[in-house]
Design a protein around this ligand. Structure first.
Ligand code: GTB
Length: 208
């Protein structure tokens, strides 16, 4: 029986990064898919610490909040830097990824039709920060010399942005190379090519 269970809606959404990470770390996990009809009944919501999904179970440990889950997996699988200094920098970079993810989620769920053009125009101002940090580190990862949970989260966010704006990385060679190399890691490639991944919409409202 797999040690991990993800309880979430039938979307990539806030589980995209953790699924990529679990695949790359050669982990198996169980998917407990919640339909919107079941969710609105409220019973499951009432049991969730913040009234939201995803819920992640590692044995008898139940976790909520997608970034806490990524950190937990980072600790479990050696993807949280080589020392405390790197761990702090990884936290910082992951918070930067979260800021971009929140802007993206706001666009998708609140202002897609009216805001898409302006969002794409402003996107280089955000991507340039990751380009600079990644180029400065010069290892192909955000921090240090090995993959961290922040890299998986950045990969997930960039893949989503490439669907929104297929040319958005054309002026960011370091990020473009990062996406290509990360996506070509054999276990990530197999996951991204899988029906389990491809059949899930990115977001819950059909916009992408
Ligand atoms: N900070 C939390 C985290 O990072 O885990 C945010 C979690 C969150 O926003 N959860 C949303 C949720 O539980 C789902 S992600 N919403 C239900 C509620 O609040 O009652 C976004 C989302 C929205 C809708 C669908 N859908 O309809 O399928 C899927 C995903």
């Amino acid at each position: 029986m797999p040690p991990y269970t993800i309880t979430y809606f039938a979307v990539r959404g806030r589980c995209g990064a953790m699924r990529i990470m679990l695949a790359d770390q050669d982990q198996t996990w169980k998917e407990n898919v919640v339909t919107f009809d079941d969710w609105v009944k409220g019973d499951l919501k009432a049991t969730c610490v913040f009234g939201q999904l995803p819920k992640f179970e590692d044995g008898d440990l139940a976790l909520y909040q997608s970034n806490a889950i990524l950190r937990h997996l980072g600790r479990n699988h050696g993807a949280y830097g080589n020392d405390n200094r790197e761990a702090s920098l990884i936290d910082m970079m992951n918070d930067g990824v979260e800021d971009l993810r929140l802007k993206y989620v706001k666009l998708i769920y609140q202002e897609y039709d009216s805001g898409k053009e302006a969002y794409i125009k402003d996107l280089p101002n955000h991507l340039s920060k990751f380009e600079a940090a990644m180029a400065k580190n010069n290892t192909g990862f955000l921090v240090g010399n090995k993959v961290s949970f922040a890299d998986y989260s950045l990969l997930d966010v960039l893949l989503n942005h490439l669907v929104l704006s297929p040319t958005c990385l054309d002026t960011f060679p370091t990020l473009k190379s990062f996406v290509e190399k990360m996506s070509a890691r054999p276990k990530i490639k197999a996951f991204l090519d899988s029906d389990a991944h491809k059949q899930l919409p990115i977001n819950g409202n059909g916009k992408q």
